[in-house]
Design a protein around this ligand. Structure first.
Ligand code: FEO
Length: 162
């Protein structure tokens, strides 16, 4: 069964959203490098790479379905933040936004009875749950620390193990 034009363009928009996410995290990594928080910089760089992989998953899926992939412009990300907590709060809110986008894709796939796309999207539904859990967990820790420098240093060391 041929993938619809509406689904193809919605997935192409999601490819852009994944590259935009990658750039947002790469900029967060650069912010942390500059702030001397090498563990958080490392964590964000890994996140950047994961987002590129997400974009590639969608690209490969469109190839598999014989649909045209549009390589998008990438939006310039925000480059400065008040502190680590603001960075992770922004990342957490961003992941919630991405989850809402994935759910919209699922809604479209269901309305079109596009079972192949629904099946592909299930991986992203699970991945989003994990990403929200990870970023939300770091936000909770940093909120608990309330700017305590020793605590932030410990979290930085923890995140270097990702
Ligand atoms: Fe590709 Fe973090 O969602």
């Amino acid at each position: 069964m041929k993938i619809s034009d509406a689904m193809t363009s919605a997935i192409n928009e999601q490819i852009k959203a994944e590259f935009d996410s990658a750039y947002i995290y790469l900029a967060m990594s650069a912010y942390f490098e500059d702030a001397g928080l090498a563990g958080m910089a490392h964590w964000m760089k890994k996140q950047y790479r994961e987002e590129v992989e997400h974009a590639e998953k969608f690209i490969d899926y469109l190839y598999e379905r014989g649909a045209r992939v549009i390589i998008p412009d990438i939006a310039r990300p925000k480059e400065s933040y008040a502190d680590a907590l603001e960075v992770f709060r922004t990342a957490y809110a961003h992941e919630q936004y991405v989850t809402s986008r994935i759910y919209q894709l699922v809604d479209l796939a269901i309305s079109e009875k596009d079972y192949a796309t629904q099946s592909m999207l299930q991986w992203f539904v699970d991945e989003q749950m994990e990403e929200e859990d990870n970023t939300g967990g770091i936000v909770s820790k940093l909120e608990f620390l309330g700017g305590d420098k020793h605590g932030i240093y410990t979290v930085d060391r923890e995140l270097s193990a990702r």
